[in-house]
Design a protein around this ligand. Structure first.
Ligand code: PEP
Length: 248
């Protein structure tokens, strides 16, 4: 009922010419009619990658966006710039941005709203640190992140958001969450959405898992009831990404 999605997060990798080469390789292999495939690429790679994947089913996403329309915000990128360049998705609130660039829940909420205003699909990231998991506050912490990110967003808009549950301790570490751990949190997130918006939204909204997803663990993770695909970092830069897209 919910279409699966596999989104690559290239992070700060790939020069424009490298990006064209990688996109050119993956566009022919990362193909599965049952999966929405998205390459989220560095801002400078957006236009060449959009041109490279034209005519295929691959969609292009940005890794970040600012929440103002335009003006004196040196170095930032506005939503209409992304739309005009051919972007359809935007990662918002990745843990690296929360940690290194001090993005707050309030800023993330503003970005989600602004993306939706421009018909960009936000891929909204949430997830706990190892310390929070060990303290036993994972579900409470993530509930807070979800409530803050969705503040003042209508049900009509909320359903368009893609949520990515990414435990920080699993990102780039090779230490993947077990399918039970990932399912437990993704289910809890769906219940959070249900309590804010009701069944119609909760049953339709897509929730991805991210954190050391690879070709070996994707099938088991994506088979979980509340996991609708993956947000993939390291493996999105390799031919392996195609095997993740074709996980079954
Ligand atoms: C990410 O950064 O979103 C991510 C999931 O990274 P990795 O797959 O490398 O853990």
């Amino acid at each position: 009922m919910r279409k699966k999605m596999v989104a690559g997060n290239w992070k700060m990798n790939m020069t424009p010419s490298q990006a064209v080469q990688l996109a050119g390789e993956l566009k022919n292999t990362a193909v599965n009619d049952e999966v929405d495939v998205v390459f989220c690429v560095p801002a400078i790679d957006i236009i060449p990658v959009v041109n490279e994947v034209k005519g295929t089913a691959v969609k292009v996403g940005a890794e970040n966006m600012y929440y103002e329309e335009k003006g004196a915000y040196t170095g930032e990128i506005a939503p209409d710039m992304l739309v005009d360049a051919g972007v359809e998705y935007v990662i918002i609130g990745h843990s690296e941005r929360r940690e290194y660039f001090k993005e707050s829940d309030e800023m993330i909420n503003k970005k989600v709203k602004k993306a939706l205003e421009h018909q960009l699909v936000p891929i909204l990231c949430c997830g706990e640190s190892l310390a929070q998991r060990e303290e036993g506050i994972t579900l409470t912490f993530i509930k807070g992140q979800i409530e803050a990110a969705f503040a003042d967003i209508s049900a009509e808009d909320a359903v368009k958001v893609v949520i990515a549950y990414e435990p920080i301790w699993a990102i780039g570490t090779g230490k993947v969450a077990t399918s039970e751990q990932a399912q437990e949190v993704c289910k809890a997130i769906r219940e959070n959405i249900r309590s804010i918006y009701g069944d119609a939204t909760a049953d339709v909204i897509r929730i991805l898992y991210g954190g050391s997803v690879n070709a070996k663990n994707a099938a088991e993770l994506f088979a979980q009831e509340d996991i609708d695909g993956g947000l993939v970092g390291g493996a999105s830069l390799k031919p392996e990404f195609a095997n993740i897209v074709n996980y079954k």
